[in-house]
Design a protein around this ligand. Structure first.
Ligand code: NAP
Length: 271
């Protein structure tokens, strides 16, 4: 089963002590149940996939849920298959659990999804997904998978950016597609205003939790939503893993809603 809280890897340090610490953080996260590891061929031009590959080598493969992404510029039918092979080599694995199209790009979506279907049939990925897709194009992508499910749409979602709640999240739920929340801390935006911060701190104190655990628990309050915070430090990963057990009360959710209301419906926000 996919853990509610996984691990992002964008901007992991690619050399030196920071790289080693990041690898320790990934391994510690897996120990704590954060077995969903999200990476992409784009991150460090493949060097982050290599870092992840080294970090997970000692871990039994079946314990992990490894996700990576093809760059839209590589997402023709033939290039998708070739990019997947390169990612598998860098990750040191025969298959990934999830292969995503990083964002909508120049190649016909039907071609990319046909390649994803071929990768599923060849055992190179267990599931196919998309990222940064609006509701309509997400449903279109699903229709091209010839019976295989579209597992998820990975999108920007944090306390200060809740656009997906208007259209995308309901559409995803109707079609049985999971939402994976990226950048769940929104670059710390949710902590910047003293008034808003106090509300989150009060809820955190009540539960013996931290503000980041509260933020993650809020984002994943709907069972269709998963989150992938990135933490390059062991203590951060340990803190984030605690969010999986945190259940916010209805009054906590209402208090957060009151100070972080979703903006008006609009186009999907991306980074
Ligand atoms: P994020 O997870 O919201 O924030 C990462 C930052 O938060 C890092 O500076 C990290 O520091 C810090 N942090 C993490 N846990 C912390 C804790 N407990 N206490 C204090 N600081 C903490 O941002 P993100 O990396 O942009 O997004 C997460 C993942 O989503 C990415 O890594 C990537 O895998 C994915 N993503 C996907 C897309 C897409 O287009 N599909 C776009 C953006 C991101 P340390 O590293 O020092 O621990």
């Amino acid at each position: 089963m996919l853990p509610v809280i996984g691990q992002g890897t964008w901007n992991m340090p690619e050399s030196g002590a920071g790289r080693k610490e990041a690898q320790r953080a990934i391994a510690r996260g897996v120990e704590l149940g954060m077995t969903h590891i999200d990476t992409a061929e784009m991150y460090g031009a493949g060097r982050v996939e290599e870092l992840v590959g080294e970090a997970i080598r000692p871990i039994a493969r079946e314990k992990l849920f490894v996700a990576t992404k093809v760059l839209p510029s590589n997402a023709s039918y033939r290039e998708t298959l070739a990019a997947a092979e390169r990612s598998l080599r860098r990750l040191g694995t025969d298959y990934v659990d999830l292969y995503l199209l990083h964002w909508p790009g120049p190649h016909p979506l039907q071609e990319t999804m046909r390649a994803f279907r071929r990768l599923i049939d060849d055992g190179k990925t267990r599931f196919a997904g998309v990222s940064n897709f609006e509701a309509g194009e997400m449903i279109e992508a699903a229709s091209y998978l010839e019976g295989a499910p579209l597992a998820c749409n990975q999108v920007l979602y944090h306390l200060c950016e809740r656009t997906i709640e208007h259209e995308l999240l309901p559409a995803a739920k109707r079609h049985g597609i999971a939402i994976v929340a990226y950048t769940p801390f929104g670059r710390g935006a949710f902590l910047r205003s003293a008034r808003r911060r106090r509300i989150v701190e009060t809820i955190a104190e009540k539960h013996g939790a931290t503000v980041r655990q509260v933020a993650l628990a809020f984002l994943t309050r709907d069972p269709a939503v998963f989150a992938i915070p990135k933490a390059g430090r062991v203590e951060h990963v340990e803190e984030n893993s605690g969010a999986a057990q945190l259940r916010l009360d209805p009054e906590d959710l209402a208090a957060i809603d009151a100070v972080f209301p979703p903006a008006a419906p609009g186009p999907l926000a991306t980074l």
